[in-house]
Design a protein. Structure first.
Length: 363
């Protein structure tokens, strides 16, 4: 039933759906990424689609719109991200024509898997639910109040990036030498479950919640006790909207090395869910990080362990962290994020790119 409701929304929301640009394009770029980056994969197809959709959107904008939507690559604004309803830089869907909105939606879709894209547009649509719940005029709650910002000049082999951001969505892409990283990558949902109206029962991030419970419920009592780091759930994800993700001290909670096969499979399924929000080629970076971490991962839980209880979980390795929090609005409000310790805002990707350029100049 929930899937049917999502499809109805997607089918009727002309302003949010991308056109056939994504499905019909063929990759024409060659992967020229520097071999010095240990996370190198063949991202040529996705980068090509991102580049073409970004350039089509830019070509369709007026000079005034383009001035709002574009920034140089090397600006502080690129690292300024947040997931609450605030004033932002960038061009919103509500400022675009229907044709421009199709192009913007195609750009959003280019950086997400089908599952990730459905999550994104469903999260956007929840602004209409909040508008009714809060008797809002549409000034604060508006499914077209999502900002598109492009940093640098999009090209298959150049260095550039883009951000799609608004209430409960912040996707931050960095492209360099035909490679791409999406981090920080934030999805939230308010309400987590729609309690009334035509869309009653809709859960935009159902799997993120359910698979978290699957892990904690798979643990026997001694392991569960080790995993629960606080009996009270935190009010938000701990890393918030910091530029770099860091928690003081050593990882806390339960080491995956102490899990049996069934318990570890549940933890891995949870981590893979976050990886597969992205297209397969760029999701592979996250899958490699999951593989490399193996049992050197930690799972932490805070709060109650029954559905409806305020709760928080964290998956932490040496290279990435997943955080999920459901405490606000009577535990019916989700914040979730993938943070890359070395790759947020393209950190290691850009480092490899600049090192390769330096070596070429010396040669």
């Amino acid at each position: 039933m929930r899937q049917i409701k999502r499809r109805r929304f997607l089918g009727s929301s002309a302003t949010l759906l991308g056109s056939g640009l994504i499905a019909g394009q063929e990759s024409h770029a060659q992967n020229r990424a520097s071999s010095t980056w240990s996370g190198m994969h063949n991202h040529a197809h996705t980068v090509s689609v991102m580049t073409e959709t970004a350039n089509r959107l830019l070509a369709a904008l007026s000079p005034e719109q383009k001035a709002k939507a574009t920034f140089p690559f090397q600006v502080e604004e690129r690292m300024r991200w947040f997931y609450v309803p605030i004033d932002r830089k960038g061009l919103t869907l509500m400022e675009m024509t229907p044709y421009q909105r199709h192009l913007a939606s195609a750009l959003l879709a280019s950086g997400l898997s089908q599952a990730g894209y459905i999550k994104a547009v469903t999260i956007m649509s929840l602004e209409d639910v909040l508008k009714v719940m809060e008797n809002d005029s549409g000034v604060r709650r508006n499914p077209e109040k999502y900002h598109f910002t492009i940093f640098g000049a999009p090209s298959d082999t150049g260095t550039w990036g883009y951000r799609v951001e608004g209430h409960h969505i912040s996707q931050n892409y960095t492209v360099a030498n035909g490679q791409v990283v999406d981090a920080p990558s934030f999805f939230g949902s308010n309400p987590a479950e729609v309690k009334q109206g035509q869309r009653k029962g809709l859960r935009a991030l159902a799997h993120e919640d359910d698979l978290g419970f699957a892990v904690i419920h798979a643990l026997d009592e001694p392991l569960r006790k080790a995993a629960i780091v606080d009996p009270k759930a935190y009010s938000d994800i701990l890393t918030r909207n910091t530029r770099t993700a860091a928690l003081t001290g050593q990882p806390s909670g339960l080491s995956a090395s102490k899990m049996n096969a069934r318990q570890f499979d549940a933890l891995r399924a949870l981590a893979e869910l976050y990886a597969h929000n992205l297209p397969d080629d760029i999701a592979q970076r996250r899958m490699d990080q999951i593989d490399k971490a193996g049992r050197n991962a930690w799972f932490a839980w805070a709060g109650g362990t029954k559905p409806g209880d305020p709760h928080y979980y964290r998956v932490q390795t040496s290279s990435f962290m997943i955080e999920f929090d459901m405490t606000q609005n009577n535990a019916n409000h989700i914040h979730s994020v993938w943070r890359d310790f070395n790759g947020d805002f393209g950190g290691d990707l850009l480092k490899a790119h600049y090192e390769a350029d330096h070596q070429n100049q010396k040669a």
